[in-house]
Design a protein around this ligand. Structure first.
Ligand code: GAF
Length: 390
């Protein structure tokens, strides 16, 4: 088992690398965390509710201003690969995948604030596991956004930076994600989950009880289908909303949906059923967390998982097995469900301190046989603060 920090993949010393690779002296280092979602899956792009927390895996960016108009970037986790482009014009796409997240953020900042007045050197490094559904992309976008805001003294709040990060991902990278990941990476609160209303963008904090640990169990299932299936789910949700003539499924209640069952394509009905019931569960879970009602939380997380499996069809057999293995240990003394976009990735469990070892042993003992030989990786996390200058 590893804890979130220090992890097997430590964040590199970006300040030292800035000097070594670009002969520049850092003026600031910015840090933005990954996230784990406790409940509220595929609800954000339906204008619904989510309940994530930021975790201690993060991306860091060291910056130094330049006197010319070049933006130079070193990706410390990609063998110090480099990217370079002009600060004064909207960037083109790069053939390096990682570079497009940075170029995308620069592009939306230029659209919003105009050409950047001078160049910038940046070194980027992070330890958010990639492809595990813990929002490594959002952490990178938010870190770069906060870096640009800091370097150029731009009038952009953390909320603006989150929205610009999402815009970069939607428009430049080409993934139609919702707002959850960038928002929690920007605005996470130490020790707390954040209930986010993805329509109004209002937030409420919910303290995670001291006696509960946030366990993230990486199934190690490759998230192959996530791009195409994610977009298909969005289209199905939009089709359901269109049937009711509303902007988003947020505006449809369960009774309305049930009354229209015969008029809807059965698959569209199930997708909408997940979203509508998940919104209600998310609001209830925030209340249960605040009331330290672990039994209720446990039930809601179990129902959320079943809904993702049966209605939204985004879980896979090894993930279902992991949830069953952990659930058999914790019963109603904690909660467990798949977290993130689906088709692999991680399971999140809220587990009393006293059961952490037992859960770990059960996963190590039972998961390989139930997953065709996969070995899960367990991270023991705490809820952390969102993006900030170190
Ligand atoms: C991904 C997306 F980026 C989020 O916006 C959200 O939709 C999530 O999947 C599912 O809840 O992380």
């Amino acid at each position: 088992m590893s804890t979130c920090q220090p992890s097997a993949h430590a964040i590199k010393d970006t300040t030292a690398l800035l000097k070594q690779e670009l002969d520049a002296t850092a003026t600031h280092v910015i840090r933005a965390p990954g996230r784990v979602n406790l409940i509220g899956e595929h609800t954000d792009y339906n204008d619904g509710f989510v309940l994530p927390c930021a975790i201690d895996f993060a991306t860091e960016v060291a910056i130094a201003p330049r006197t010319d108009n070049r933006i130079r970037v070193v990706a410390a986790d990609y063998d110090n690969q480099r990217d370079e482009f002009a600060a004064g014009a909207r960037p083109q796409h790069s053939d390096k995948g990682w570079a497009n997240y940075i170029r995308g953020v620069v592009d939306v900042f230029i659209q919003r604030f105009g050409p950047l007045p001078h160049g910038l050197d940046m070194v980027v490094s992070g330890n958010v596991p990639q492809g595990a559904g813990l929002s490594s992309s959002a952490a990178l976008e938010v870190a770069v956004g906060k870096a640009l805001q800091t370097a150029f003294g731009l009038d952009a709040s953390l909320r603006d930076i989150a929205l610009l990060g999402q815009q970069a991902e939607n428009e430049f990278v080409g993934c139609r994600c919702g707002i959850m990941d960038q928002f929690i990476s920007a605005l996470g609160k130490d020790g707390h989950a954040l209930l986010i209303d993805c329509r109004s963008l209002e937030t409420e904090t919910a303290a995670i009880p001291d006696e509960l640990r946030v366990m993230i169990i990486d199934s190690k299932v490759q998230r192959g289908l996530v791009g195409s299936e994610y977009n298909t789910r969005r289209e199905q949700c939009e089709a359901a909303a269109a049937h009711f003539g509303v902007k988003a499924l947020r505006d449809v209640d369960l009774a309305q949906l049930q009354a229209a069952r015969d008029e809807l394509d059965p698959l569209v009905y199930r997708r909408a059923h997940h979203v509508i019931t998940e919104n209600a569960r998310t609001l209830a879970a925030a209340q249960a967390l605040r009331a330290h009602d672990v039994e209720r939380l446990s039930t809601l997380m179990a129902e959320s998982h079943a809904s993702m499996r049966d209605d939204f069809a985004i879980t896979v057999p090894p993930i279902d097995a992991l949830v069953e293995i952990i659930s058999a240990v914790i019963g109603k003394r904690g909660g467990v469900r798949m977290t993130g976009g689906g088709f692999g990735g991680c399971v999140v469990a809220l587990v009393p301190d006293s059961l952490v070892d037992e859960v770990t042993q059960a996963v190590q003992r039972d998961y390989p046989a139930r997953s065709g030989g996969l070995v899960a990786q367990i991270h023991l996390c705490r809820a952390r603060e969102g993006a900030h200058v170190l």
